[in-house]
Unconditional design. Structure first.
Length: 479
């Protein structure tokens, strides 16, 4: 139920009043004072989310030109112009394809978009602060002092801080994920203290998907041999799906090098079984469900965007902010990489993309087929108009002028489209975690030697910025 406007105050639209509900805890919704605070403060929140959404839309179509201009410094390879989205079945419109082409020819567009978005957010921040100044008139009484103290935790202050976080993220929107040591000097590992991984996991209860039995996570990790532990995000998340697809390819190609393996995901046993079944994980891969995300919390993995405001901000709103880069550095760049490709990746690092395309199409995940020819290519006698991805996989991109190594334009983006539309969204109620707060909890990867000492420790930086499985397995093979 939307809060009623304060009598005698300017009328606000239902959309702005709805924004107030999103940012105020349930117990704080109601009463004249609460409605007044929401009316004054949360108008700015609606403004910034609108500005941020526009910025994201513009950046998604023009940001690749910025990446191309910065490729020399950032190490991202230059690519040939992308093919029309419709020709490769990625689900994009002709308008999007044209915008992508324009972005490549005009490197200044992304910079302009980022500056425009930043300016919009600055204006919104100013509006919230002015509203705060107008709305707060401390009284010279004890009651006035209490009111002033409460204002420190008000929706106005929360909205201002959220706007500022979005601004900072937009200024750095095209940067690569931050790098940090992953060996014995990994900062997250040092924070666990003398007990290390096994000490942190002791007392964390997880449940085996195979039979539903509850076990202590430390006992799963202490195998007496080289052990790879993949702590994935919740079973309905982009990260967990891509990690599982990479792992499936590595196991099928026997690239574990004799290491023991365990996968721990956030969610219930039922959601974990649905996840494993949809991705056809090998039966010999042990998968465990962590309903409360206890292991992830014990290992200090990221809480996502603005964890200090988890009482005020809806978790779904925080996921949206992560898509803009708030608490998820490198996400926009990683998303764009799926559209523009990366020719520098080795065969082992991209083999999973072909297998994921085929497996997803065979399970009926959209798109299952793509056009056989590009618009400018002539039809060959007896040639079909469409090609089935379950059969062709990545071969659709071979010999089309988009390169023969690494990932090609729209190749990885097509996998992500399959995962999102017919995988995660279509089965959301069965895959989502029991607690919405776990939607933003991130994961990581650990490699232990035979004595239980960590030789590799890497944390997710945010959405789609997880440790590549090939890096994790390389660390295990190197022991």
């Amino acid at each position: 139920q939307l809060p009623a406007p304060v009598p005698g105050s300017p009328r606000r639209s239902p959309a702005l009043r709805a924004m107030a509900v999103l940012s105020v805890p349930a117990e704080g919704r109601g009463g004249r004072a609460g409605a007044e605070g929401r009316r004054r403060g949360l108008a700015g929140a609606a403004a910034v989310l609108t500005a941020a959404a526009v910025a994201a839309a513009v950046a998604s179509e023009s940001g690749a030109s910025f990446l191309g201009a910065a490729a020399g410094q950032e190490g991202l390879p230059q690519r040939r112009p992308s093919p029309p989205a419709a020709a490769l079945g990625a689900g994009a419109t002709g308008r999007s394809a044209a915008a992508l082409g324009a972005a490549q020819s005009s490197p200044s567009m992304a910079t302009a978009a980022a500056l425009a978005a930043s300016g919009s957010v600055l204006v919104a921040v100013g509006a919230v602060r002015r509203a705060a100044r107008r709305g707060v008139r401390p009284a010279k009484t004890a009651r006035g002092a209490a009111s002033a103290a409460a204002e420190e935790d008000s929706p106005v202050k929360t909205a201002g801080n959220v706007l500022w976080a979005v601004l900072i993220a937009l200024l750095d929107i095209f940067s690569a994920p931050p790098e940090e040591p992953t060996g014995k000097d990994a900062p997250g590992l040092q924070a666990l203290g003398a007990g290390g991984i096994l000490g942190a996991l002791k007392g964390c209860t997880i449940e085996a998907l195979s039979d539903g039995s509850a076990v202590d996570a430390a006992s799963v990790a202490a195998t007496g041999a080289t052990t790879v532990l993949l702590f994935v995000t919740h079973f309905g998340d982009f990260n967990s799906w891509e990690v599982a697809q990479q792992l499936r390819s590595a196991v099928r190609a026997n690239r574990l090098g004799g290491a023991k393996l365990a996968v721990v995901g956030i969610g219930t046993v039922a959601s974990g079984r649905k996840f494993a079944e949809m991705l056809e994980l090998p039966q010999d891969v042990p998968v465990y469900a962590d309903p409360r995300g206890a292991c992830h919390a014990a290992l200090g993995f990221s809480n996502g965007a603005l964890p200090e405001y988890r009482e005020q901000l809806n978790p779904y709103l925080r996921v949206f902010l992560m898509l803009l880069g708030v608490g998820s550095p490198g996400t926009i760049r990683t998303v764009l990489g799926g559209y523009f490709g990366n020719s520098s990746l080795s065969k082992e690092r991209v083999a999973w993309v072909d297998e994921a395309l085929k497996q997803g199409a065979a399970k009926g995940r959209f798109p299952t087929s793509v056009p056989q020819r590009l618009p400018w290519e002539a039809k060959k006698p007896g040639e079909d108009d469409m090609v089935e991805l379950a059969v062709a996989g990545s071969a659709v991109w071979d010999g089309r002028g988009f390169g023969e190594t690494g990932t090609r334009p729209f190749e990885l983006a097509t996998v992500r489209l399959q995962n999102m539309v017919s995988g995660i969204i279509a089965n959301w109620n069965e895959l989502k975690p029991p607690d919405d707060e776990l939607l933003v909890r991130q994961g990581g990867a650990v490699v232990l030697d035979g004595q239980g000492q960590a030789v590799y420790f890497c944390r997710d930086k945010g959405i789609l910025t997880y440790p590549p499985v090939e890096d994790v397995l390389a660390a295990a093979r190197g022991i």
